[in-house]
Design a protein around this ligand. Structure first.
Ligand code: NAD
Length: 481
């Protein structure tokens, strides 16, 4: 697989107009992985214009052609899956096994939207109460859409936007995170090749690499961009929504979380332990869906806590490309610094540390998996998204208190409920304010179920038919018979 380090604009690889480059680092070793093009407003403008010029042809190609192209992208990603997984592990630091799951998720997502758009019935008749008139519903694309993604799941967050945006007939300008552009550039090469093989104009899919200030902000403000789909932090999401409001543009936001896992006293302790550890420490805790608030029914607090500490201490920290590794480095020195700040806040607040609490080594961004007990609601560690391998435990006495504690957050992305009592599982899942609740299972995500949260976690939903609708505009044509 060729390592791409340039923008992809109008079907060609190119440098920034001003020749600027930015360093992409290996989070395991602090070594330079690549110097990639660092775009600015001029590059964004070229990309948006290329997208605008190419979009009508892509829309006119029709749903079955778009479906075939999406299916071909899925197949090509699958065929190069191992190389993509390795590149993602190297750039982002996630263990290889997790990177492989991400690749499988990307393939499933493109396949799902390939099938959905193929089965879409096109224009639909709308029954009217007056016989003299007929109405027709059309779902049209926005035109040019901007996709802005973070570094924690580079390929997955891209696929969840790119597949439905293309399926709906839009042309795209993608801005990867400046921390992890390499997997998206590899994905761009795949899309480029599939487009060429199918005779699709390369301007339908553009990638401009660079920082939020130099590329993200001018992209959101660009007059050709009619819709922005963003995944990232609440602070940036708020700025994007404000900028989009100026242009009366559509905007979808997938933001932060501070989710709860609720473990009832009847749970299988080994299974509960696996679910807590996975929910807190997968991707070194750098998950918007991390269940970093662990609520445990008082009766099992002592034995479950003992298991959790043993399991956390046993997690193998190391090179993400080593098959034995379970926790890789954090994705960047900035993220390491942020997590270390929270470890200091925990010490200042006098929180009871059960395990972890320190950086590992002096090279790379490794942090021990860390658990705190009896964390009060007033603690910043209880309330704020840390985005690292740090979780807070807390006990509850009954179902009502468990629900109240789970909902004690400004966020509402996901939750996990662990209990053998099916009726209670249903009651609690229904009462928790979250967009997705898992019951007695790990955090599996299917393209058929919506992704997104309540409260400050999201605006809109991705995946499923809702993910496609996010990239479509409704038009009705009403005519006299
Ligand atoms: P971030 O908000 O710092 O950056 C996200 C993207 O926005 C990057 O590509 C960045 O360059 C760009 N950006 C920054 N400033 C911009 C601006 N002014 N205009 C336009 N674009 C700009 O987030 P991050 O640190 O990369 O990712 C971590 C955050 O993402 C966490 O808060 C996490 O919860 C969230 N996240 C949410 C989901 C979800 O589905 N809800 C999934 C993954 C990550």
């Amino acid at each position: 697989m060729t390592l791409r380090t340039q923008h992809h604009i109008a079907g060609a690889w190119c440098d920034s107009a001003d020749g600027a480059r930015l360093a992409v680092m290996d989070p395991s070793s602090d070594a330079l992985l690549a110097a990639v093009a660092s775009g600015a407003a001029e590059d964004v403008d070229r990309a948006a214009r290329a997208a605008a010029a190419s979009q009508p042809g892509w829309w006119a190609a029709g749903a079955s052609k778009r479906s075939a192209v999406l299916a071909a992208i899925a197949a090509a990603v699958g065929a190069q899956g191992e190389a993509l997984a390795r590149l993602q592990s190297r750039n982002n630091g996630k263990p290889l096994a997790e990177a492989r799951l991400d690749v499988a998720d990307v393939v499933a997502c493109f396949d799902y939207y390939a099938a959905l758009i193929a089965s879409a019935s096109g224009d639909a008749d709308v029954p009217l109460p007056e016989a003299g008139y007929a109405a027709r519903l059309r779902r049209e694309p926005y035109g040019v859409v901007a996709l802005i993604v973070p570094w924690n799941f580079p390929m997955v967050t891209t696929a969840w936007k790119l597949a439905p945006a293309l399926a709906a007939g839009n042309a795209v300008v993608l801005k990867p995170s400046e921390v992890t552009p390499l997997p998206e550039l590899a994905l761009a090469q795949i899309v480029h090749d599939v487009f060429a093989a199918h005779g699709i104009d390369g301007g339908v899919f553009n990638v401009v690499v660079g920082t939020g200030e130099r590329v993200g902000a001018p992209l959101v403000a660009h007059p050709q961009v009619r819709k922005v789909s963003f995944t990232g932090s609440n602070a940036v999401g708020t700025r994007i929504a404000q900028s989009a409001a100026e242009g009366i543009k559509g905007v979808s936001l997938e933001l932060g979380g501070k989710s709860a896992i609720v473990v009832f006293g009847d749970a299988d302790l080994d299974e509960a332990c696996r679910l807590v550890i996975g929910g807190a420490f997968m991707n070194a805790g750098q998950m918007c869906s991390a269940t970093s608030r662990v609520l445990v029914e008082r009766g099992i607090a002592e034995p479950l806590t003992r298991r959790l500490v043993e399991a956390a201490n046993a997690l193998r920290i190391g090179d993400p490309l080593d098959e034995a590794t379970e926790i890789g480095p954090l994705a960047s020195p900035a993220q390491l610094e942020r997590v270390q700040q929270y470890l200091e806040i925990a010490a200042d607040e006098g929180l009871q540390r059960l395990c972890g609490g320190a950086r590992v080594g002096t090279r790379g961004n490794f942090v021990q998996p860390t658990l705190y007990a009896d964390v009060p609601s007033t603690s910043r560690l209880w309330r704020e998204e840390i985005f690292g391998p740090v979780a807070c435990l807390r006990t509850f006495v009954d179902e009502a208190e468990a629900i109240a504690l789970a909902n004690d957050s400004d966020y509402g992305l996901v939750a996990t409920v662990v209990t053998r009592d099916a009726a209670r599982a249903r009651r609690v899942a229904d009462a928790i304010e979250a967009g997705l609740v898992w019951v007695n299972m790990p955090q599996l995500i299917f393209p058929q179920t919506a992704w997104g949260g309540m409260k400050r976690s999201s605006l809109g939903r991705e995946l499923g038919p809702w993910g496609l609708a996010a990239f479509q505009q409704i038009k009705h044509v009403v005519a006299a018979r």
